[in-house]
Design a protein around this ligand. Structure first.
Ligand SMILES: [Zn+2]
Length: 316
């Protein structure tokens, strides 16, 4: 499934990013065009595609930086640099990449490499460096002093070993540097297949558990029926919200209890209008009949998520 660092790197499961203007400036320069006739380099589009592929299903979201002090910067790397990441939990994290070299060779291989680097930036470690790899793969090259191949003992393996993780190296060379042991990996990913595995997303859900956040506007509960808009968000473009159910309750039998199931709108949240009706509790004391407004609570739940319960204020 995955191999992750010991603590999440990003607060609120959000990665503010920026793309160094030098990338765009360099590749659109006449100097580059003159030196690379016929090569169409679309570096920023490739970065955006890699980001979109993660954002589509991950419990973490990359979005343009808005002044945050902890952010991820995409930079132009030295010649022959097929991707290198400095992951941090503060300040500037960075991914460097030689876009000219990588994209000149193969757009989809470069895209896969970029997705792999983003994996590092959010806290994923090479799958083939898991302590349990010996059951699955072997090497034809020395691994002991190679920072990208040696065993890592201080990470957290999550779930089963995932031969198809974007974080698993793919065999190269002849004889191949990495090979599958019998009954080990039933295949590896392919270099030109920019594909995130179910395990990649699951590992991120482990590191950044999906959360639901409820935003009710207006917040007050009236003494008469009124329709409210409930917005529920999740850190995965709202996909985590799909199927979440919301229930209003106040433990009182004369409240109209309502439930609904949310449909994600792809904008990072899902919304649903519900009508709150009279929420009153009647108590009879002797000959006195007391009517009071009772603050209900809304509860949003979904399997796999921590359910949340929010008391609503009563408008008097
Ligand atoms: Zn790597």
């Amino acid at each position: 499934m995955g191999f992750v660092v010991n603590a999440p790197l990003w607060r609120d499961a959000t990665v503010p990013f920026e793309i160094d203007p030098e990338i765009r400036d360099f590749y659109t320069s006449t100097a580059f065009a003159a030196a690379n006739p016929g090569v169409t380099v679309e570096s920023t589009r490739m970065i955006e595609q890699a980001i979109a592929n993660w954002n589509e299903g991950a419990s973490i979201k990359l979005r343009p930086r808005q002044g945050e002090s902890h952010y991820l910067k995409f930079k132009r790397g030295p010649k022959g640099n097929g991707g290198q990441t400095r992951a941090t939990n503060s300040g500037e994290a960075e991914i460097t990449f030689d876009y000219e070299w990588s994209l000149g060779a193969n757009w989809t291989i470069a895209l896969r490499a970029m997705m792999h680097e983003i994996g590092h930036a959010v806290g994923l470690i090479h799958e083939h460096q898991r302590p349990d790899r010996e059951q699955f793969i072997g090497f034809n090259v020395p691994t002991a002093n190679n920072g990208n191949l040696q065993l890592i003992t201080n990470g957290r393996p999550v779930g089963a070993y995932d031969c198809h993780s974007i974080m698993h190296y793919i065999p190269r060379g002849q004889p191949p540097d990495i090979f599958s042991k019998p009954g080990g990996c039933t295949g590896f990913g392919r270099l030109n297949d920019p594909h995130l595995s179910a395990g990649d997303f699951a590992a991120l859900r482990y590191l950044y558990p999906p959360r639901l956040v409820v935003d009710v506007s207006p917040i007050g509960v009236p003494s008469q029926a009124r329709t409210y808009n409930f917005r529920v968000t999740s850190a995965d473009n709202g996909q985590g919200v799909a199927g979440a159910s919301l229930k209003l309750s106040n433990g009182s039998t004369n409240m109209t209890s309502q439930s609904t199931t949310f449909v994600a709108d792809g904008q990072g949240y899902a919304s649903q209008a519900l009508t709150l009706r009279y929420i009153r509790r009647t108590t009879v004391r002797g000959r006195q009949r007391e009517v009071e407004l009772v603050a209900p609570s809304i509860e949003v739940s979904k399997s796999g998520f921590t359910s949340i319960s929010i008391p609503l204020l009563v408008e008097m």
